[in-house]
Design a protein around this ligand. Structure first.
Ligand SMILES: C[S@@+](CC[C@H](N)C(=O)[O-])C[C@H]1O[C@@H](n2cnc3c(N)ncnc32)[C@H](O)[C@@H]1O
Length: 442
């Protein structure tokens, strides 16, 4: 298997037909399709403007549904896949053979996050049924979500994963109270909060907001997530929103309601919060599908790259940490792009031991180790650097590395290998580099 990122794919061309089937019968004027850039472009621009402005003013606003269907949905589905990629790649979330996988999507809108999860599962080769409950306070959005489900079935035909949707109009604050489809179907294998925390309590002061959202997330964990289930939170990649998510992570972990599965490989407090200008976000090389590019262009928006931040919590203690790497291996997530300058490449990493570090590989040290070339690493990769003496499996407890550094080394007993990263952050010329498939262990 390739990187877990291989499970993250733009919506295929047939999806344009799906969304057109949903748009065509919508109210007002002649039938609309995704190709109608002249009519949709301004609505997509309005969507983006309204969202940013409402955010700045601390209020929520009703966004144009046509633009959400034609543009936000194809933009956001891969974010759902990306946030779940390690759960799926590691086998920590599977479609059970004897029953449907149960999903609860809170603040679901059109259901993009659920579709993302389903597509990541399908891309991993899974087959079976997913039963999803989509909850939102916007009845119109949920109606469109159901229409997307019907059109997908009609246009795409039989899929390896049969997604069955139920919807419920409800406010998030009321999710854990009263009898409803949500409680009736609990507990869930996967619960999703996709880009909705940003919309809750935008006017509250940061401390109060943190307090309330930590209580909400804890309540969702307690009441809806199965004992071996996961909660997936997705937020925009903006600095302030992402740092809020980091603080929320620290708060929820401190309360003991869950452990962290991704992106963090450790449970220590988030080291990003110590540096005001830092935030741990994703920017995957997954572009918008080509058929949405004219819309993005017309609205002055970017179509390259997939940016978001995410947090995956679990209740069963499973993590991606390999543990016990010792002196001979350092395992980390790459939390920046590669920074190239004369004679070196630098990278910010968040290590399994909870340290954030800036490391550098000198150009003259290139090619000395085995495995993946250091210059191929990307933001978001989970990486093990090991010294020459380290033998496979790297780090001792890892699952199959996606790209494996070959076992063994030619070091002799009297030839102690250098640590893969020295105390000043320099990567050893002989360091082996492996990009890991998430290990997921208890
Ligand atoms: C930005 S959209 C995200 C939709 C979807 N989760 C996604 O990521 O593509 C936010 C959604 O959350 C819903 N929402 C916001 N606050 C909510 C609340 N308190 N209760 C229920 N839904 C809410 C909105 O109606 C909207 O559909």
């Amino acid at each position: 298997m390739d990187r877990p990122q291989a499970l993250v794919r733009p919506l295929e061309a047939q999806w344009q037909g799906v969304l057109d089937d949903v748009l065509r019968p919508m109210r007002g004027g002649p039938p609309l399709t995704t190709k109608d850039v002249a009519r949709l472009g301004p609505k997509v621009a309005e969507l983006s403007r309204a969202y940013n402005q409402a955010e700045a003013e601390g209020r929520r606003t009703k966004l144009p549904l046509e633009a959400r269907i034609a543009f936000s949905f194809p933009r956001d589905v891969p974010k759902g896949a990306a946030a779940a990629r390690e759960l799926v790649a590691s086998g920590a979330v599977k479609v059970p053979a004897d029953r449907p996988l149960r999903v609860l999507d809170l603040g679901a809108g059109l259901g993009a996050m659920t579709w993302g999860l389903v597509r990541a599962l399908a891309a991993s080769g899974a087959v079976g049924q997913v039963d999803a409950v989509l909850v939102d306070e916007d009845a119109e959005a949920l109606e469109a979500a159901r229409a997307i489900g019907r059109a997908a079935r009609a246009v795409l035909g039989t899929a390896p994963i049969d997604l069955r949707l139920a919807t419920e109009v409800r406010s998030l604050g009321a999710v854990s109270s009263g009898a409803s489809a949500v409680e009736a179907r609990a507990p869930y294998d996967v619960v999703i909060l996709g880009q909705v925390l940003s919309e809750i309590d935008p006017r509250a002061d940061p401390a109060t907001r943190l307090e309330r959202q930590a209580a909400l997330v804890t309540d969702v964990l307690d009441r809806t997530v199965a004992p071996d289930g996961a909660l997936v939170i997705v937020e925009p990649a903006l600095r302030e929103r992402t740092r809020h998510l980091h603080a929320l992570r620290d708060r929820v972990l401190a309360g003991g309601a869950a452990t962290v599965f991704a992106p963090c490989l450790h449970a220590a407090t988030c080291p990003m919060l110590a540096v005001e200008t830092e935030w741990c976000h994703e920017d995957l090389p997954v572009d918008l599908p080509p058929w949405t590019v004219p819309l993005a262009r017309a609205a002055g928006l970017r179509w390259q790259g997939l940016t978001f931040s995410y947090l995956v919590l679990r209740k069963d203690g499973r993590t991606q940490a390999a543990g016990a790497a010792g002196d001979h291996a350092v395992r980390f997530r790459a939390v920046s792009d590669l920074l190239r300058s004369k004679g070196k490449i630098e990278l910010f990493i968040c290590r399994e031991d909870g340290l954030r570090q800036r490391i550098r590989r000198l150009d003259r040290d290139a090619g000395g180790g085995r495995g993946v070339p250091f210059e191929d690493l990307r933001r978001g990769d989970v990486v093990t650097l090991s010294s020459a003496a380290e033998t496979a499996p790297l780090g001792g407890a890892l699952a199959t590395p996606a790209v494996e550094a070959s076992a063994g080394g030619d070091t002799r007993a009297d030839d102690a290998p250098a640590p893969p990263i020295d105390e000043r952050g320099r990567v050893s010329a002989k360091a082996n580099v492996a990009i890991d498939v998430a290990a997921a262990r208890k």
